[in-house]
Design a protein around this ligand. Structure first.
Ligand SMILES: *[C@@H]1O[C@H](CO)[C@@H](O)[C@H](O)[C@H]1NC(C)=O
Ligand SMILES: *[C@@H]1O[C@H](CO)[C@@H](O)[C@H](O)[C@H]1NC(C)=O
Ligand SMILES: *[C@@H]1O[C@H](CO)[C@@H](O)[C@H](O)[C@H]1NC(C)=O
Ligand SMILES: *[C@@H]1O[C@H](CO)[C@@H](O)[C@H](O)[C@H]1NC(C)=O
Ligand SMILES: *[C@@H]1O[C@H](CO)[C@@H](O)[C@H](O)[C@H]1NC(C)=O
Length: 415
């Protein structure tokens, strides 16, 4: 075959690659929730580590408290020096974020990223934030005019997907996880992995068919324990997903959900130091204490429960009820030691290995990423927030497509 026609064939192939929208250049879908009020909710994003990272490094990537990262994943926080524990590449974590309403759609914009040498928007989007955001979304959110020129140390807002859906699913309390579909995922597999149904996932995400593809972002409802704290409490609206913990009241109180029932259960946190009283008024019971008194009529159950964090004060309520049977000892969701976290998400296929570009390795987070401020699980991080434009929900060209593009470019230059 003469070289000329070989080249034309290639050109045709390249042309085909970039014009045939039905084959490769299909934009990924993401579930958008319109909103009108300024209420926010707690939500989660599913994050896959692109390299080995310390607990504190992952937390600072999302500007969250390392402790809330650990508790959301039921990792034992009493493990010595747990914040410096190194989590393995490809580990899947649920990252708790605050979901707000920006320009009429739900998203989280409290995450900031400080660029490092050799960062590109695509690298930040696909690798560092594991596809939770696209290069275009970062570009739009930060009005980057020339994406090929990123200043080192530039601070970028990273708009993350999230949904609230009234913190309920089928009228039961739920927290929504924004899940980035991986190449081998099926809707049935995701439904099974999160104890939900295909129908529910299709309803939540307004899907017309079961077809999903890598890069799509699905909202996955996770049953949760709802709180009923007063509106003026700092942790109003706290919802804790089944099987996990949350830390609140300035690190003083820890609330858990499941496994036996979906009633929020709060106790003094193990790292509580200078906290206001956690004792119920007119009793010697502490937060979480339950006393039982069998009587002829049944069981007299008295419990000291948490009622929210108001003006630096921990609210407690003493409840007494007569129940047919005495409750057994409270069961907590099982905790994982960080050392046991080497098992990667086995239910789902591993994502492609991140490229070994220099500059994205586990460098010192203090200098590369803005450290988290205060306790973002409860209060949104400060910083500018009015300058974010509504980003289109278009996902980046995948690494495979980028490689093909590069190949096509190289071949056309070579000729
Ligand atoms: C939101 O959920 C609450 C209970 O969780 C319910 O009372 C309320 O009607 C719901 N609102 C909407 C708009 O669905
Ligand atoms: C909560 O999680 C436990 C296991 O961790 C499970 O057995 C239980 O069915 C879950 N509850 C709900 C309502 O999904
Ligand atoms: C009450 O709770 C505290 C703190 O969780 C615990 O140390 C104590 O043993 C509990 N007392 C009773 C009577 O359950
Ligand atoms: C249940 O116990 C509480 C405290 O121990 C007591 O004040 C209350 O009178 C008891 N109620 C009944 C019905 O026994
Ligand atoms: C909290 O404190 C402020 C002033 O210190 C007061 O105005 C406000 O009413 C307090 N809120 C509650 C719920 O007690």
């Amino acid at each position: 075959m003469p070289k000329h026609s070989y080249y034309s064939g290639l050109l045709f192939f390249c042309f085909f690659l970039f014009t045939n929208h039905g084959v490769l250049l299909v934009n990924s879908k993401s579930t958008i929730e319109p909103c009108s009020n300024s209420d926010s909710c707690n939500a989660m994003v599913g994050y896959t580590l692109y390299t080995d990272l310390k607990v504190s490094q992952v937390a600072s990537l999302f500007q969250i408290d390392p402790i809330s990262l650990l508790t959301a994943n039921a990792i034992d926080i009493s493990y010595p020096d747990v914040e410096n524990h190194i989590l393995p590449s490809k580990l899947f974590l649920k990252i708790p974020i605050t979901c707000s309403c920006v320009d009429g759609i739900r998203k989280s914009v409290t995450t900031r990223y400080k660029t490092r040498p050799s960062d590109t928007l695509a690298l930040i989007a696909d690798n560092v934030y594991s596809g939770l955001v696209s290069a275009d979304q970062i570009r739009e959110a930060n009005s980057v005019s020339d994406p090929s020129v990123l200043d080192v140390g530039q601070i970028l807002t990273v708009p993350l997907p999230c949904t609230c859906f009234n913190s309920s699913d089928n009228n039961l309390p739920a927290v929504y996880l924004s899940y980035v579909v991986r190449p081998m995922d099926t809707l049935a597999g995701i439904a099974a992995g999160y104890s939900t149904t295909i129908t529910d996932l299709m309803n939540v995400n307004a899907m017309g068919s079961q077809a999903i593809k890598a890069g799509d972002i699905l909202a996955v409802p996770i049953p949760a324990c709802a709180s009923n704290f007063p509106r003026y409490s700092a942790d109003f609206g706290l919802n804790v997903p089944n099987g996990s913990y949350a830390i609140t009241a300035s690190h003083c109180v820890q609330c858990s959900c499941g496994p036996g029932n979906l009633n929020l259960y709060c106790t003094p946190a193990s790292l509580a130091v200078s906290c206001s009283s956690m004792q119920c008024r007119n009793s010697n019971l502490m937060l979480g204490n339950v006393t039982v008194q069998p009587s002829s009529a049944g069981c007299n159950v008295t419990s000291c429960t948490y009622g929210g964090f108001v003006n630096g004060t921990i609210l407690t309520t003493l409840f007494t009820s007569l129940q047919p049977r005495c409750p057994g000892e409270h069961q907590f969701p099982p905790l994982t030691a960080p050392t046991a976290l080497t098992v990667r998400d086995s239910m789902l296929a591993p994502s492609p290995a991140p490229s070994q570009s220099e500059g994205v390795g586990p460098t010192n987070p203090r200098s590369s990423v803005i450290p988290g401020t205060g306790f973002p699980g409860l209060a949104p991080a400060n910083g500018p927030s009015g300058s974010i434009s509504s980003a289109p929900l278009v996902n980046p060209i995948s690494r495979f497509q980028s490689a093909l593009l590069l190949l096509c470019l190289v071949i056309s230059w070579w000729h």
